[in-house]
Design a protein around this ligand. Sequence first.
Ligand code: DUC
Ligand code: ZN
Ligand code: ZN
Length: 478
Amino acid sequence: MTTTLITGGTVVSATGRAAADVLIDGERIAAVLEPGSHLLGTDLAASVDTVIDAAGKYVIPGGIDAHTHMQLPFGGTSASDTFETGTRAAAWGGTTTIIDFAVQTYGQKVLDGLAKWHELAAGNCAIDYGFHQIIGGIDDDSLAVMPRLIDEGITSFKLFMAYPGVFYSDDAQILRAMQVSRDTGLLTMMHAENGPAIDVLAAQLVEQGKTDPFYHGVARAWQMEEEATHRAIMLANLTGAPLYIVHVSAKQAVEQLAWARDKGQNVFGETCPQYLYLSLEEQLGARSDEWGAFEGAKWVCSTPLRSREEGHQDHMWQALRTNDLQMVSTDHCPFCMKDQKELGLGDFRKIPNGIGSVEHRMDLMYQGVATGKITLERWVELTSTTPARMFGLYGRKGVIQPGADGDVVIYDPNGHTSIGVDKTHHMNMDHSAWEGYEIDGHVDTVLSRGKVIVDGGQYLGTKGDGRYVKRGLSQYLV
Ligand code: DUC
Ligand code: ZN
Ligand code: ZN
């Protein structure tokens, strides 16, 4: 077994920072020590297999992206990252665990959908991975099977109040699933947008000839997110289910979460980098020689980008500071412009929804530290520790402490990262939603269960390094 000592760095956790050395023995962290420690009279640095010098750098627990969609079938195509390409890109960006969404489509058995996801991922991942379960068809059969997911290491499921005819659940179905959530501790994750109303608005816009990508965001008005968030909260209130709202983008939806939390309800929310940085106005103004106004398709995702003039982005940063939102995931769901996004030329409703960010989340969130919006500790909390606690991985992941997996990132605050499709980009996409972003900071070295998989600008891992991790129940259940 390989032993590794990371020396001279500043170890950062969700609760503090300290100069410390980190000893990794095989796949696990063995000790966090005072810098330059001798152990039982032995000079550690002289006796381990590998010493990594982290002087001047931060040593943080590997990122956990709790919301990805590798290979998701959507709109007649599939998300362009496979588990192989997507997890490798994640590793490049300092993420050492993903939780992807296994899919049960309407008419399919839940456990068949799960088996398919295991098949897609097994032996292909660069980093460890877990699953949530999308329940695309709540019926007696799926309700009966849901408790068995816990034995499979799946302790959360996602329902959609959007996408009628595809993943949509109506209120009656949601209520019944939430009763299972209450009884079992399975965490209900909700895509909270009023899909039926959005579909009417979208059809009316297309009839008026408003077919450009920008109108995707017009149809998916913030009122539709606020209303659905409130409805989900009230259904959870009634049933007693723990509730987690995914990809929150409207400040009014955050207000609903804050209101419910203030009353003591067990509800949580995540946002994503796109809702912190990007806006509907920029999407409206986007033009290129190749695509004209269809350039805006690069940023078509749901929930949609919101108006900067209305202050949604600032509100998301504020909510991350005040803990009205608890986590940042990516909702990584990449599609190429060629052959995929272009399916929606002439009708924004046919553009596959999604943005690719799994590679850039740690960097983009570090920008919040560099610009004084969040603290260093909060950065670690939002991107690693809370995801681990929320989704039953804590202790093994999300923290640097003896016994934890050796998932460690060495981050250089004085480094620099230029994001672009020809620069740092490893996702399987023909464009980047983050083209031209310049980051103060750099992911230097990434260890996954003790193995160095990224270092010195080189990928050193192998396909299949990543293993399936069974998750426990959320630490936030009461
Ligand atoms: N939102 C997206 O942008 N893509 C996939 C599914 C979703 O909810
Ligand atoms: Zn969603
Ligand atoms: Zn999603």
